[in-house]
Design a protein around this ligand. Sequence first.
Ligand SMILES: [Zn+2]
Length: 420
Amino acid sequence: MRTPLFTALFLLAATAPAQQLPSVKEQAKRYVDTLASPAMFGRGYVGSGDSLAAEWIAKQFDRIGLEKLNGTRFEPFSFPVNAFPDSVALSVDGKQLTPGVDYLVDPASGSSAGSFDLVHLTLQDLLSPERKAMTLGVVMGHAAVLHFPPTSNPDTLALYAALQNELSRYAPVIREGGEKLTWSVAGAPVRNAVLEVRKGVLTDSSRTADIRVVNRFTPRHEARNVWGVAKGKGKDWLLVTAHYDHLGMMGQALFPGANDNASGVAMLLSLAEHFKKNRPKLNILFVAFAGEEAGLKGSEWFVVDRPMDMARIKLVLNLDLNGTGEEGITVVNATEQKAVYDKLVAINTKTQDLPQVKARGAACNSDHCPFVQKGIPAIFIYTMGGVSFYHDVNDRAETLPLTKFDGLYRTLVALIRGMK
Ligand SMILES: [Zn+2]
């Protein structure tokens, strides 16, 4: 009975359509597990986390067999960064709070240590110059608690930030935040500690705070983009990009960055493996960017550094937040790159791999943006639905579903395969 079985299998294999690709999800999960593990320190500015991630990605590029660009794997550059390598502490009225859960240290925080009486302030205490001068006098030697009404108005937010910065020259500042704590990275610190507490953690009657925050400002943090080339057949290029940096650690609190953006790096590595084995028409440069969370630093440097003939770049395909997909994908800059977007929709209409391929206009929200600003065609793809942890301690590998990872992978392989 063996022969017929083998014959059947052979026939199946021989007639299988070319788009039947093996699942890459399990391997992607291992990539995400590694990149989001505590050993990578959140791929930021504590424990050389971003540098360790760069080394690991370079090793993957070597293993896959990608070539170097201009004889090198790395594109070095530097930028200023404020970090918190030492453990942080905040207690209110003797109750110790949990970093990353109850509070955040503002990315631009300076250093403060000690026990402080709390001075509760409303917007009215700071608006007129006379009232503000009085308030600053009162705050000196204590800690200011800001009870500002919630807003999403950019002008009002800018006013809040300006008042907070001014106060932080005189005293530590504790800001009352919302239910969701969202961290980021800053490049220029203020003088005293600035903290954001989750809504409900502080009340008007809270009396004292014990604060310990030590910042470390590095004016020239050395970072590296990582390069790998899969040779095509002509002179034109496709760039597949994903940032590997995340927020790092806030004292003892780890920000793993599984969805943002270990998932995009996992997709980049999966595509690299495919197109190393299946020669593409376009040359593909895979770029793992550093410094995205610090303000698109890696991609900004790439378009200044110009390591290649930029006029030969047919498209930049930027991958960020690729770890869910229950509600499909969004294509940023789709309205400007209509032909590419239409192609993605056409592929998906046939395969039904993704529940939705949604178009979005231009937005400077990831590493495609510096290319767009230089007139280089670029899109940015993120997945929608599923878990929505973002820039917090819960963006972990264990809870990242990778729901439509294979579907997006097949879609991107088909898109790239069709490009010439
Ligand atoms: Zn990101």
